[in-house]
Design a protein around this ligand. Structure first.
Ligand code: CAA
Length: 296
């Protein structure tokens, strides 16, 4: 007898979104949702941070107008779908919330506890974390089946991938809703069980780390290491450029998680990476990393 097809989980119809964090990832996430027609409330700890995010969205959209991908009036419509708010209590009407706050577990935990108080119990709560266990964040809220990872990639408007991260408690409906939302954003979703580094960072951060070891051992110059990966492997950026782009502190945080969670020395961070983070050379955001961005 042919096996019966399992009934696919029904996703929740979402029309409004909340994004917490207006930084490098959050502003891009808010932008892509607003572009896809969703009403988005954008929150951060202060109005000036939110204004910073709104400025970046404005400048991205202006570039699309210059390139004639959208008209000026479409740009204005997209912006009109974005409502800045510094008060998380305003998220009580949100059906779907994505947090993209600092990659620190205590900060994320505070946000999830607050969302549990403020949002309806049927709202879906997603995290854009690149390394923090979804299972641990889900355990903080009532109805933890509604929590999952929705991991975007930088720059969010350009990168086509979303990793949907299922914690131990994540319900099939929550995953299905994030899958459908990702498709509405024009992204390609992949499903991954909660595991250190998920798929992306488990692979890319050790690659970056190995490039840093190669540099530290004096085997080649930073430019040549990057050239090998760009011209030899067709990567858009070399691993050291990519480390500067992502942030050396983020790369180190992810490696620490991989090392501690797997208890495997293959994930030990290169001493040079640690030293650079200690010096505050975090990459583009501090204008200095493996390369100098003083003129940016
Ligand atoms: N925001 C919005 N759009 C951006 C952008 C940004 N920050 N940066 C670049 N773009 C757009 C440009 O406007 C340009 O668009 P048009 O084609 O419409 O002109 C397009 O991207 C290409 O940009 P450029 O021509 O300026 O430069 P490029 O061709 O070198 O591409 C890049 C830039 C897209 C960033 C490319 O170098 C690239 O893909 N790099 C690798 C990025 C990557 O690996 N990201 C993942 C990081 S890991 C992560 O995010 C997850 C994590 O958990 C750590």
């Amino acid at each position: 007898m042919p096996a019966q097809n399992a009934i696919p989980p029904v996703s929740q119809k979402i029309s409004n979104i909340g994004v917490i964090g207006a930084g490098a990832m959050g502003h891009g996430i808010a932008q892509v949702f607003a572009q896809a027609g969703f009403h988005v409330k954008l929150n951060d700890v202060s109005l000036s941070f939110i204004e910073g995010g709104m400025k970046r969205i404005d400048s991205n959209l202006s570039r699309s107008v210059e390139k004639r991908r959208i008209s000026d009036s479409q740009k204005m419509e997209i912006i009109s779908r974005l409502s800045p708010t510094p008060d998380l209590a305003d998220f009580s009407d949100r059906q779907f919330v994505v947090e993209a706050v600092l990659e620190k577990i205590d900060t994320k935990k505070t946000v999830f506890k607050k969302l549990d108080e403020v949002c309806s119990k049927s709202s879906i709560l997603a995290s854009n974390t690149s390394s923090i266990p979804i299972t641990e964040l889900a355990a903080l809220v009532s109805n933890p089946g509604r929590v999952a990872g929705m991991h975007f990639f930088n720059p969010v408007p350009v990168m086509k991938l979303v990793e949907i991260v299922e914690g131990l408690q994540t319900s099939p409906e929550t995953s299905a809703t994030i899958r459908d939302l990702s498709l509405e954003l024009g992204k390609t979703p992949v499903l991954v069980k909660d595991s250190p580094g998920f798929i992306s960072n488990r692979i890319v951060c050790p690659m970056i780390n190995e490039a840093i070891f190669t540099l530290q051992e004096g085997i080649a110059s930073k430019e040549d290491i990057d050239t090998v990966m760009k011209l030899g492997m067709n990567h858009p950026m070399g691993p050291l450029e990519l480390a500067d782009f992502v942030g050396l502190d983020i790369v180190l945080d992810v490696l620490e998680v991989l090392y501690h969670e797997f208890q495997d020395p293959k994930f030990r961070a290169a001493p040079l990476l640690r030293k650079m983070v200690r010096a505050g050379y975090l990459g583009r955001k501090t204008k200095r990393g493996f390369y100098d961005y003083g003129a940016l």
